[in-house]
Design a protein around this ligand. Structure first.
Ligand SMILES: [Zn+2]
Length: 302
């Protein structure tokens, strides 16, 4: 079933206009509308498959976020990048939290997929927890980490104010209950804890370049299409402060390669890489990287 939002998921304003129409190139080939709030300019997929019916849109070998298939060069490349990115992610999390194995800090990865990031953290001495709604991915994550992975963020398993770090690596854009999720994450975070949100950035150069073919629209799985302004508005609403915004350089290449494939219906590595490189060059001046990591902290109670 499709559901139609009558209000902006961030500001609650009721007026929205068509922003673009995008195709689901990975699973259904269906066309979805993305609308823009006339108040805060946030862009969101509307109408969208409701929570119960979204699962079938993840049901594809091609949807590689949830599988470890090594078929095809793009997929192999993705795996290689993921390995490099894993190390960088764990180093980043350690730097931001002042991590030391003796501190016994807890990290929660919401939308942990097949568990590679959590497993890296575990090996480094973190106490880990994970949430993954996709059953196949969750089972793989459990096998890898040897831990029980939760299906739902609202599980009673979790203790409030117990996590030094909570990470969402390209996850928030998939979550139906946006406001409730942010409140829940805030409640699980230690007072001094950090929340990391990695999100595609619709203001990036290659999004303008590819228009509706921009692969990071990824409708209907991406329910929201964030810009840094939107994340600032959302953070403010939930009493978070944005401490840092960090680039994710690999994403420009990966997204450009995929976008080029959707647009020209064939894989063109040279063109894809060239556009990814250009995107990162533009972003050096504007900070509008293809994807950004937002580092959030709770505002001190006053
Ligand atoms: Zn709005």
């Amino acid at each position: 079933m499709l559901e139609t939002l009558t209000q902006c998921p961030i500001c609650g304003h009721t007026e929205a206009q068509l922003f673009t129409e995008a195709q689901d190139f990975t699973v259904s080939q269906e066309i979805f509308k993305i609308v823009q709030c006339q108040e805060c300019t946030f862009c969101y997929t509307n109408p969208r498959p409701d929570f119960k019916s979204i699962a079938k849109y993840y049901d594809s070998e091609a949807y590689i976020s949830h599988s470890n298939t090594k078929k095809g060069l793009t997929s192999r490349l993705y795996q290689w990048v993921r390995q490099s990115a894993l190390k960088e992610k764990s180093q980043l999390v350690a730097r931001l939290s002042g991590f030391h194995p003796e501190k016994q800090l807890k990290i929660l990865d919401y939308g942990c997929g097949t568990g590679e990031f959590l497993n890296t953290c575990r090996k480094e001495g973190w106490r880990i927890d994970g949430v993954e709604p996709n059953q196949a991915a969750r089972q793989q994550a459990e096998k890898l980490t040897g831990l029980f992975i939760q299906e739902d963020l609202f599980s009673e398993h979790f203790t409030t104010e117990s996590y030094s770090v909570i990470t969402l690596w390209h996850v928030l854009e998939h979550v139906h209950a946006l406001q409730e999720t942010l409140e829940r994450l805030k409640s699980l975070l230690c007072p001094e804890g950090i929340l990391l949100l990695a999100l595609p950035n619709r203001k990036t150069w290659e999004a303008q370049k590819f228009g509706s073919y921009w692969a990071a629209y990824d409708v209907p799985r991406h329910l929201y299409h964030f810009s840094p302004t939107d994340v600032a508005n959302l953070a403010k609403k939930h009493h978070f402060e944005i401490q840092e915004m960090l680039p994710m350089y690999y994403d420009a290449y990966y997204v450009s390669l995929l976008s080029e494939k959707y647009k020209s219906q064939k894989t063109n590595f040279f063109k894809g890489f060239w556009q990814g490189w250009q995107s990162n060059q533009h972003a050096k001046k504007t900070n509008q990287y293809s994807s950004l990591i937002y580092v959030l902290k709770k505002k001190a109670q006053s």
